[in-house]
Design a protein around this ligand. Structure first.
Ligand SMILES: [Zn+2]
Ligand SMILES: [Zn+2]
Length: 244
């Protein structure tokens, strides 16, 4: 009742353009904004979730996964995040304001979108714990929150899985992956993460959550550390995924 009352006093609006959402609209984006967002749909690489452009290509392993299989067993994302996305694109606007404009309130609707859309690719009953990709303490202090924790918390709520943001630690502050070339991204994060003291992931099936899957180097390095520490399996869920 309280929610209905609040909706009347403060009608929900689109998180991208701030236009009014139709009455009882489900979701965070208005229809014109949602129509501009391209969702990640099959066919794609069954391992890393890289989407292919043409239907006739069918699901098949991508070159990167064939050449160097990633540590995680599966990665899926909600929406495509093209590299050349113009600044007015609703998804870009929202991700920028979420990460750099300290709009922590976006975590809930975005996490919910990712959880609901990616649900068919995962088996929540086969996941023991959600681990958000950690930020370095210095970046966390600057931003005030870790966007991956906020996204992961919603996924956990939707799927009924516990989240623990204290298992994995980012021990070195690396330059943001977006400022580097694809080749530089692997070495950039190598050795950047470790398991926190007195924490264990032994025999656990884990779900890593992050905001954008770019080259996959960050989640791959996290997965490598978790598996080396005894995790049974690591899967990955991200809000967006860069596509060329
Ligand atoms: Zn809108
Ligand atoms: Zn792949």
């Amino acid at each position: 009742m309280l929610k209905t009352l609040l909706d009347v006093i403060f009608p929900p609006c689109c998180i991208a353009c701030e236009g009014f959402l139709p009455w009882a609209a489900q979701g965070a984006f208005c229809i014109p904004c949602v129509e501009r967002i391209q969702l990640v749909r099959p066919p794609f690489c069954p391992r890393c979730g890289r989407p292919y452009r043409h239907e006739w290509q069918g699901d098949h392993l991508c070159g990167a996964c064939l050449l160097r299989p990633p540590s995680f067993s599966l990665a899926r994302s909600w929406a495509c995040y093209p590299r050349d996305l113009d600044a007015s694109h609703p998804l870009r606007q929202v991700v920028h304001r979420f990460k750099y404009g300290r709009q922590a309130s976006f975590g809930k609707p975005l996490g919910l979108l990712a959880a609901q859309a990616c649900r068919p690719w995962f088996q929540p009953s086969g996941i023991d714990l959600i681990i958000p990709v950690p930020l370095h303490p210095r970046r966390l202090r600057w931003r005030g929150f870790n966007q991956s924790v906020l996204l992961g918390r919603e996924v956990g709520r939707e799927w009924g899985i516990r989240l623990d943001p204290f298992v994995l630690i980012r021990k070195t502050e690396t330059p943001p992956q977006t400022t580097l070339s694809l080749k530089e991204r692997g070495p950039n994060v190598r050795g950047a993460f470790r398991i926190a003291p007195r924490q264990t992931v032994e025999r656990m099936r884990l779900l890593l959550v992050d905001d954008i899957y770019t080259s996959g180097a960050t989640v791959n390095e996290c997965a490598r550390v978790l598996l080396r520490s005894g995790a049974r399996e690591v899967q990955v869920l991200t809000l967006g995924r860069t596509v060329s």
